[in-house]
Write a protein that binds this ligand. Structure first.
Ligand SMILES: *Cc1c(COP(=O)(O)O)cnc(C)c1O
Length: 376
């Protein structure tokens, strides 16, 4: 019996690589509250992502999303909605609610699985006053190929555009432009399961330094420079230890990404012929995992069974989509939904395959064989 291939296999710095980082922290005797490791990490993140960007750090990506909404949109208004795809991780709707807004779920585009621009435009045309912001998700961390059109729509309707790029640290929009510099701001998660992982952590990145400063104050109890609380804040600070892990994780990150893209290329080459379709632009993304749409729901169940029999851990993200989770079904008045038929169709056919840093050739081969067996 083969040993199980895990869906996610985090790679972390070895203890000896971190020993001197930890020594620095103990020497400084500074463990949180924006110490030297945190400042260096925030600077390094912004520099990695592109010119003229600024970054704030957070205890996790969900807090970065809440901070994005509070600082780039407003203090919350339960009558107003935030447009977002249902086809993304549940934290997106939760963040909107914690920030004081209501989620409005829109459909995705059938070819990119990214939020549908037409659906957002229709919502704005019919109900502009009900909409406080657009919370665009770069679905699966893949840079949206139509990002310039989204910025155009947001500018036309004067509505803030917040981009959730949680799993997409290292992904590209196109050419040499990394995900991170678009919209009012973008957020990332550095959770242990993401390609760029520090345990728990997150970041908010913007061209606008004002947004960064406000977000920074928000996760420090709403304190202004005077050390007086001037807004409703909370504690969402990143610890020095996690920032130090992040600084180490940046070393060699591009090489690890290249190895992930290599595994993805093999999946795509070997599996398109048996009816699987992969996401456009995924080949330049950081590939938390590899998503593919089967040709029918039956093919999907057969592929999932075959993967299970071959001891390959697989998933079918984002199924259920946000609006189908029991909490939202039971509290239907908290949300609003446009037509979601493409979302339902994609959920019935989607599969997510494991991608690891430097994934073993044998493991890639075993995933491919199992999918091919099931797809036939
Ligand atoms: C992982 C993820 C989050 C949450 O990030 P945490 O760091 O776990 O809080 C939010 N949105 C999306 C799309 C994600 O994939």
């Amino acid at each position: 019996m083969n040993s199980e291939i895990p869906f996610i296999r985090p790679s972390f710095p070895a203890p000896e690589e971190l020993a001197h980082e930890f020594q620095d922290i103990v020497d400084a005797n500074w463990y949180t509250n924006f110490g030297p490791k945190e400042s260096a990490f925030a600077r390094a993140l912004a520099d990695y992502l592109g010119p003229n960007l600024h970054a704030a750090t957070f205890a996790n990506g969900t807090l970065a999303l809440i901070a994005a909404l509070r600082t780039a949109v407003g203090p919350g208004d339960r009558r107003r909605h935030v447009l977002m795809p249902s086809f993304t991780f549940i934290a997106v709707a939760q963040a909107a609610l914690w920030a004081g807004y209501r989620p409005w779920f829109i459909d995705i585009d059938a070819s990119t699985w990214q939020p549908s621009l037409e659906a957002a435009r229709a919502a704005l045309e019919n109900s502009r006053d009900d909409i406080a912001a657009i919370q665009l998700a770069n679905v699966f961390g893949v840079g949206n190929p139509d990002i310039a059109d989204w910025e155009g729509l947001a500018a036309e309707w004067e509505v803030p555009l917040i981009i959730d790029s949680a799993a997409g640290f290292g992904s590209m929009y196109s050419g040499d432009e990394r995900v991170g510099g678009r919209g009012s701001c973008e957020i990332f998660s550095f959770h242990a399961t993401k390609p760029f992982a520090i345990g728990e952590g997150g970041s908010l990145v913007s061209r606008d330094y004002d947004v960064i400063e406000k977000a920074h104050d928000f996760v420090n109890f709403g304190f202004a420079k005077s050390r007086e609380c001037v807004q409703l804040g909370l504690n969402g600070k990143l610890q020095e230890v996690n920032a130090a892990i992040g600084l180490r994780q940046l070393v060699g990150f591009d090489e690890r990404l290249a190895s992930r893209r290599n595994a993805f290329d093999q999946y795509r080459t070997e599996l398109e012929g048996v009816g699987l379709r992969f996401q456009p632009n995924a080949e330049t993304s950081s590939l938390c995992f590899a998503s593919a749409c089967c040709s029918t729901p039956d093919q999907k169940s057969s592929v999932m069974n075959s993967l299970c029999t071959s001891a390959v851990q697989a998933r079918d993200y984002y199924n259920p989509p946000q609006h189908s989770h029991p909490y939202f079904l039971e509290n239907i008045d908290l949300t609003r939904s446009s037509d979601l038929s493409v979302t339902s169709d994609v959920c019935s056919r989607i599969i997510s395959l494991p991608v690891h840093d430097h994934m073993r050739v044998d493991d890639v081969g075993r995933v491919i064989s199992a999918v091919r067996d099931g797809a036939a």
